[in-house]
Design a protein around this ligand. Structure first.
Ligand code: PSU
Ligand code: MN
Length: 317
């Protein structure tokens, strides 16, 4: 049996460990960088990013944190680059639309779920762990604020492991929109779609699996059977926060409502919405939401490593 190797894309900068893993068909897990630059305060952000990378390694996969530095697209970051990402304010939040500009003008950028998916696809990395994805914002019927993360899920061949979407978004409309886009939404070990800080959202998950092997089999069926060459699209694998770390929805919802009111009063909109709300909710909850956020990201990294390992095993025959 020979593992199916991926040839490196000459336009991307790989760390040696990621390059070796891809060339030998070993499992790799992509990690995003907006969560580091805009999702958590320094220094917990860099500390968490390092611990997440270590958990991926312990799970038998190679971590590839993705960012743009000086216009170069990085697949895997050095220790120093990760520290720079977490502390240097020149790393703007860049979504898919911003990638060409950031590359062409030689700038720094922290990639969102959408742009990390696009880059992972270009690099041949099929599994990606994050905290939460973007979605359809509350009031989107007027603001039209729907995250490009959803569009990209319908384009790039990547499995995104997330803890669901938080109720700063309209969870029901987010699930509707993903159905329209043809994106499989699968919850790991639960019939209910999770709400990031809380295991429960009140919405049934469209699909569910019980093992990483089942998730990997869905990826193979999607990409090798149902999406023949030329067609694309990802899979959203939702992973409920561990029970010991969750903040129940009934407790969380008033805090989220308060943060949304504060945001309206400050007239914040567009790409600043999600970073503002994450920061404000951490303030309101006295850091409890941050602890939950860190716990769920780690939990997602562990599952992503298991899925990547199972998928690499399936691709070997
Ligand atoms: N949700 C989180 N933490 C995050 C984000 C979302 O719980 O850090 C970040 C991710 O990078 C995601 C982005 O891709 O916010 C979505 O932003 P927008 O809603 O502007 O598309
Ligand atoms: Mn938006």
């Amino acid at each position: 049996m020979t593992a199916s190797a991926t040839r490196p894309n000459p336009k991307l900068d790989y760390t040696p460990e990621v390059l070796t893993a891809l060339e030998t068909g070993r499992p790799v897990v992509a990690l995003e960088s907006t969560i580091v630059s805009h999702g958590m305060p320094h220094p917990q952000n860099v500390q968490t990013a390092r611990e997440v990378e270590e958990l991926v390694r312990q799970g038998g996969a190679t971590p590839a944190t993705i960012a743009v530095i000086g216009g170069r697209i990085k697949i895997g970051l050095s220790h120093a680059e990760l520290e720079q990402l977490g502390s240097d304010p020149s790393f703007g939040k860049i979504s898919t639309r911003d990638l060409p500009y950031t590359v062409a003008l030689g700038k720094n950028g922290a990639t969102t779920v959408a742009s990390t998916m696009r880059v992972a696809h270009l690099a041949g990395v099929r599994v990606f762990a994050t905290g939460g994805t973007g979605g359809v914002h509350r009031g989107a019927a007027v603001s039209m604020d729907i995250s490009a993360d959803l569009t990209e899920l319908s384009r790039s061949q990547v499995c995104v492991v997330s803890a669901g979407v938080k109720s700063i978004l309209d969870i029901g409309l987010t699930l509707e929109y993903l159905e329209t886009l043809g994106v499989p939404v699968i919850t790991f070990g639960s019939a209910e779609y999770p709400a990031f800080y809380s295991r429960s959202s009140g919405f049934a998950s469209p699909l569910s699996v019980e093992t990483p092997e089942q998730a990997a089999a869905v990826l193979r069926a999607k990409w090798e059977l149902c999406d023949p060459a030329g067609m694309a699209g990802g899979v959203l694998l939702a992973n409920p926060i561990p029970a010991r770390s969750e903040i129940p929805a009934a407790e969380m919802n008033p805090h989220i409502e308060a943060a949304l009111r504060d945001m309206d009063a400050l007239d914040i909109s567009g790409k600043d919405t999600t970073p503002y709300l994450l920061g404000r909710i951490a303030e309101i909850t006295g850091g409890r939401s941050l602890a939950a956020n860190i716990a769920l990201v780690k939990n997602n990294a562990v599952l992503a490593a298991r899925v990547a390992a199972a998928y690499a095993g399936l691709s070997m025959n």
